[in-house]
Design a protein around this ligand. Structure first.
Ligand code: URA
Length: 258
């Protein structure tokens, strides 16, 4: 890990904690937006080069406030806006050199259902919104089929920047980005997560089991019920798998019903 990245990681941590304390009304130290932006500027990269992937440290949040969540979910929660602010013009991995936009997420910040996909594709990179291409149109239909709208759920990806040519995300890219996903989940506190495809399911569940073995039942992600299912892009290539996804969506609907 190089010095610059150690600094970015430490400053991220300080910013996160100060903002959280400020939001809770704590006083006695300077946590004004001005001071936070000064702090942030200390870590700003001076070159266009991405921070080397091996230095993409996971942000470990301090135990300032107990939370019902366990494991990787940060023990203090923050607003989606403050997570976006911390990502800023993110250069934590090499995808920053080829992306058009950071595709953070879309939908309700208080959603009880969150869909987590893999990574933005071409259309998402152009528009800065997740799941707006062909796979996204299919996801919209799946959401409508469970009597919800895109505005009622929250949609995001494990990786916030498009891998060139839509290749699979690489380990260092996931490592750099997953702290932001964990913070998004901690902020939204959904009751259910639907993990779309292998990458989302394996990353959130920390397993190497294939999606075919994971789908069809609920798993635990830090106290949140997580249902893996096939990715909409896979359904576009293998339409016969839609039946299994519909079975999964029925499971979800049953559990979500009051
Ligand atoms: N595939 C994904 O996993 N995410 C998107 O946002 C679009 C396509």
């Amino acid at each position: 890990m190089n010095r610059q990245h150690v600094m970015i990681s430490i400053v991220d941590e300080i910013l996160y904690s100060l903002r959280n304390l400020a939001e809770k009304g704590c006083r006695g130290f300077d946590c004004s937006e001005h001071s936070l932006s000064v702090l942030k500027s200390w870590a700003r990269s001076t070159s266009a080069e991405p921070v080397p992937p091996e230095s993409a440290a996971v942000i470990v949040h301090p135990p300032l406030q107990p939370s019902p969540c366990r494991g990787d979910v940060p023990r203090i929660t923050d607003s989606l806006e403050s997570i976006i602010t911390d990502m800023e013009d993110c250069r934590r991995c090499k995808l920053s050199t080829t992306r058009t936009s950071i595709v953070f997420g879309a939908g309700s910040p208080t959603a009880s259902l969150m869909f987590v996909g893999e990574a933005p594709g071409f259309d998402e990179d152009q528009q800065g919104v997740p799941f707006v291409g062909k796979a996204g149109q299919l996801l919209t239909k799946i959401i409508q089929a469970i009597n919800l709208t895109r505005d009622q759920v929250y949609i995001c990806n494990v990786i916030k920047c498009r891998p060139p040519g839509n290749r699979d995300p690489e380990a260092d890219e996931i490592l750099a980005c997953v702290p932001f996903l964990n913070r998004q989940i901690a902020s939204i506190q959904p009751e259910f997560i639907c993990a779309l495809g292998t990458f989302a399911a394996q990353t959130l569940l920390k397993t190497t089991l294939p999606i075919s073995k994971l789908r069809g039942r609920f798993h635990d992600y830090n106290g949140i019920r997580l249902l893996p299912t096939f990715h909409p892009s896979y359904l576009l290539r293998s339409p016969d798998k839609k039946r299994e996804v519909w079975e999964d969506m029925k499971l979800l609907m049953n559990e979500m019903s009051p």
